[in-house]
Design a binder for this molecule. Structure first.
Ligand SMILES: NC(=O)c1ccc[n+]([C@@H]2O[C@H](COP(=O)([O-])OP(=O)(O)OC[C@H]3O[C@@H](n4cnc5c(N)ncnc54)[C@H](OP(=O)(O)O)[C@@H]3O)[C@@H](O)[C@H]2O)c1
Length: 363
């Protein structure tokens, strides 16, 4: 993990409450103002600035946090660019970011089990499509951040853990299931690997060549992705049969029971062939799935049961040293444009990009 440029504070200092009127923005009165990464028009990463913005407040069922770290996810980039169909629903200026970790400073009506000052991590209301990369963010779901889960990892992981948990629930992953995760090295995939292993599943994961050892370090059996996957799975099973250490594990050579398709194009027919049924496959990113009988999981907007309970499970696993989030870069809010460029770099992934408020010194 690298932490860069944490001393560059001048631009954000201007954005604090009481900043010059010309900088203050229409909705950012000094009394209820905060600094926030935001954009007033869709476009390339350069549209991102740090400016004053009206503070959000916790509504029923929500908490507000003073943000210590906020993740940058692929969805943030597609919304910012204007390419996402969801972008048309936004009122600009918009604060990007779905995931954040921080210290609770407001508690909405009806919330139990959390106190002011608690350290938590989680996600904003997904329907709002952002709000995390700011001095204050309102979370719709969260879990307490254990000391063993560093701020950057916590801030980058809420929605990935929810998504992974929701998919594992849909696939009914339990003790003894053999699960293949296609696209296992990214934010969602790596969370799914660790949470499935914790359920007692055997996990085979696909990634680029560069990420094979990373997947193995998480406890998955790694394979490369792309056409020909059934052949590589067969070779892995044969190789496993030759390995005395693995023969001792009865699960090590079982057929593929379930497949989670996280990423990659045109993979579903091979995943159906590997599991023997489209019912045994769930995709998170291929919307042609239903034409093959494969379920697409889209979360609460699709009326599905959510995977929010996974955050507490991941926190407990982190305390046991069994859950971690790979972090590539930690950058200050002022370098949000750079963060979006880095997050937009394609394969191979080498971890999440995280933004931190000015002066934040993450340990
Ligand atoms: N439906 C939902 O609720 C939901 C929620 C969150 C995310 N998503 C979607 O899930 C996908 C993954 O999100 P993420 O945050 O995990 O992204 P990410 O961190 O960018 O990870 C994407 C992973 O895909 C792998 N990959 C690249 N090309 C591939 C291929 N041809 N076949 C298989 N895997 C390939 C990459 O592996 P290498 O790095 O090793 O190349 C990378 O690790 C995105 O499409 C996102 O939009 C859906």
């Amino acid at each position: 993990m690298s932490e860069q440029g944490l001393g560059a504070r001048a631009a954000v200092g201007d954005a604090r409450p009481g900043a010059a009127a010309s900088d203050a923005g229409a909705d950012a009165g000094a009394a209820d103002s905060m600094f926030a990464v935001q954009y007033a028009e869709f476009g390339p990463p350069e549209v991102l600035t740090v400016r004053p913005h009206a503070q959000p407040h916790a509504e029923a069922g929500q908490v507000r946090i003073a943000v210590r770290a906020a993740g940058v996810a692929p969805v943030d980039l597609s919304i910012r660019s204007g390419r996402s169909p969801s972008a048309s629903r936004l009122t600009l200026p918009h604060i990007p970011g779905m995931d954040a970790a921080g210290v609770v400073d407001e508690i909405g009506p009806g919330v139990r089990g959390v106190a002011l000052g608690d350290e938590v991590f989680g996600s904003v209301d997904i329907a709002k499509l952002g709000g995390a990369s700011a001095e204050f963010a309102v979370l719709s779901f969260w879990a307490k951040k254990p000391a063993a889960l560093p701020w950057a990892q916590a801030g980058a992981s809420g929605s990935s853990i929810e998504t992974a948990t929701r998919a594992l629930d849909l696939l009914d992953i339990t003790e003894g299931t053999t699960l293949l995760i296609d696209g296992a090295a990214g934010g969602v995939g790596s969370a799914a690997v660790q949470l499935a292993l914790a359920r007692g599943a055997r996990v085979i994961g696909t990634a680029s060549v560069a990420n094979q050892s990373y997947l193995a370090s998480l406890g998955a059996q790694p394979l490369t992705y792309g056409p020909g996957l059934p052949g590589r799975v067969a070779a892995l099973q044969a190789e496993t049969l030759q390995a005395p250490a693995l023969q001792a594990t009865a699960r090590a050579t079982t057929p593929i029971d379930r497949a989670l398709h996280v990423s990659g194009a045109n993979a579903l027919p091979e995943l159906i062939s590997l599991t023997g049924s489209p019912d045994a496959v769930v995709t998170l990113s291929d919307f042609t799935g239903p034409s093959l009988g494969v379920r697409v999981s889209v979360g609460e907007i699709g009326g599905e049961p959510d995977g929010r309970h996974g955050l507490a499970a991941a926190a407990a696993l982190a305390t046991q040293g069994r859950f971690r989030v790979r972090i590539d870069h930690v950058l200050p809010f002022e370098r949000a444009a750079e963060a979006h460029v880095a997050a937009g770099a394609l394969s191979p992934r080498s971890g999440k990009i995280v933004l931190v408020p000015p002066g934040e010194q993450l340990h």
